[in-house]
Design a protein around this ligand. Sequence first.
Ligand SMILES: [Zn+2]
Ligand SMILES: [Zn+2]
Length: 278
Amino acid sequence: MMYNSRMISIRTIESLSHIQKDLEEYSRDVISQLNLEEENYRELSVDVKFINSGSYFDKNGIMIERKKSDHNFSEQDWCELLFKHELTHFLTSHIWGNPVALFFEGIAVYVSDMKIRHKILSTDYNKNAKILIETNNYIPFEKILRSDQYLSRRTDFRCDTISGSFISFLVENYNLEKIKNVFEQSNIPTVKNPHLNINQVCKKIFGKDIFALERQWMIWLSGNYVLGKVEVELFKSKINFVNDLKKRCQFCLWPNTMNDKNICTHCHCDNSIQIVID
Ligand SMILES: [Zn+2]
Ligand SMILES: [Zn+2]
């Protein structure tokens, strides 16, 4: 089935036709949050499928994980969260470009997870980020700035808490346009050019490098979010970090592909090459 109304085309199989209208409404919200121009998404079409485990996007569409029975969310809310998250990736990668995961995941978390979890579970990502910092459970940018580092910790919820809160800070204190500029001007490190230009890009756009932005965000959190003692204790009791790091390739970002000579068996790139952040 296909639905098309000056929108991105959403294609689902017949058995999903009952959620077609929901998906269309979710995509309208994502497009409006990202402030996209119609001429940029009009030609795009998204195939939507449901799968049993893990959600992802590729150049043709979006795979959504079916809700597990022990979940806090209703089926519809879960679908909304995953669809909006993956659609944000789909649209930003098609239209804006591919920056480091801190921005790439951060914008999807900001558009989807952060708002929906707040609505359903009263989760506040900014407060939680502040609690991570104040309880010494924080992961500094220097450890998650490269996409392979961030994605190696994919199952550690702290990364998305940090990136979502950081992006919300940038939207409030700068604007979405500047975040879009980061996407447009970012490079992807290669073996020939093992450089990540995130500091240059941030200096040009925000007038300061990524670590200065990190400090500014932390000051903003400490001045704006008042934590109740009960809140902190409750969050701390829920902190259950997942520490199974799945090392990713620095270049293609695939997990668990390194052989004993540090060569990726997927893209054949040598991972002993050091990526320079500048
Ligand atoms: Zn994502
Ligand atoms: Zn690789």
